[in-house]
Ligand binder design. Sequence first.
Ligand SMILES: Cc1cc2nc3c(=O)[nH]c(=O)nc-3n(C[C@H](O)[C@H](O)[C@H](O)COP(=O)(O)OP(=O)(O)OC[C@H]3O[C@@H](n4cnc5c(N)ncnc54)[C@H](O)[C@@H]3O)c2cc1C
Length: 284
Amino acid sequence: MKIIDLLKSGEKTYSFEFFPPKNFSSTLELGINVGQLMKLSPSFISVTYGAGGSTQEISFDLINYLQNSLGLCSMAHYTCVNANREKIENDLKFFEEIGIENLMLLRGDLPKGENVLHEDFRYASDLIELAASKNKFCIGAAGYPEGHLESKTIDDDVKHLKHKISQGVDFIVTQMFFDNSFYFEFLDRCKKEGIDIPIIPGIIPIVNFKQIKRFSEMCGASIPAELADQMEANQDDPKKKYQIGVDFAIRQCNELIKNGAPGLHFYTLNKSRATVDIFESIDK
Ligand SMILES: Cc1cc2nc3c(=O)[nH]c(=O)nc-3n(C[C@H](O)[C@H](O)[C@H](O)COP(=O)(O)OP(=O)(O)OC[C@H]3O[C@@H](n4cnc5c(N)ncnc54)[C@H](O)[C@@H]3O)c2cc1C
């Protein structure tokens, strides 16, 4: 099933993102959590792909398992940052052979200390152009409501997004954000630039506030002061912090859905409890 067909049908999509587990115990943990999340009948699931070699094989294995053994509508993330044309063409062929219809195509971040951007694939748009010219994939790409960290301005970023979409993108999934006004302003900017494909907001449940703060700094997502203050004030009370994070996400999701978001994409961090608690409480 192509995700764009789900979106075109007017049905809201609810999707869950996983990353490849690194060892045996995290594989078991992922299995348990996928089991819990499957009960929510997600519209699709996705598996991230790292620039480092060893986890790439695991991403491929996992997406193959989720798509073909569990029968879930799956989207494979794929990046061009560490790859040359031959590898990319082989990997796209692999996706086709295992029946993957949906790809999230990205440039990717360079592993620390490396500078291996292949000159043919400097941006995600280069990868998208190749994939769209050769295959019949439904293609998703990343969007940044607060701007990508390397962009001088959000307007520059949206212009680059427009170019990326013109290479064959069907829908966008956003970077995580906590203040919905960034998403709504981003929609306005995109509309002004003539972008009219679905833009699915990316939601990250705050289970571990320290970890989320670190991720937010890495990707340029700002945390509302009020939320940060509440978390700090309850730093010795894990149950209270959990509930603050879940309640915040429920309010955030409800506002997005009420105001016309085409769906919600949850960055599950391979955990299920918070995503289940949030999902079951939102007005779908
Ligand atoms: C939904 C989502 C899923 C993700 N999944 C993964 C994953 O699985 N694996 C992973 O490693 N990372 C993932 N990332 C992170 C992503 O790889 C990084 O944010 C990366 O830094 C940028 O990737 P991109 O595809 O957005 O790049 P691009 O679209 O290429 O943009 C990168 C930067 O270059 C600029 N730019 C683009 N085109 C041009 C141009 N022609 N001239 C000048 N500047 C230009 C853009 O404005 C931006 O600042 C994900 C991000 C999101 C939002």
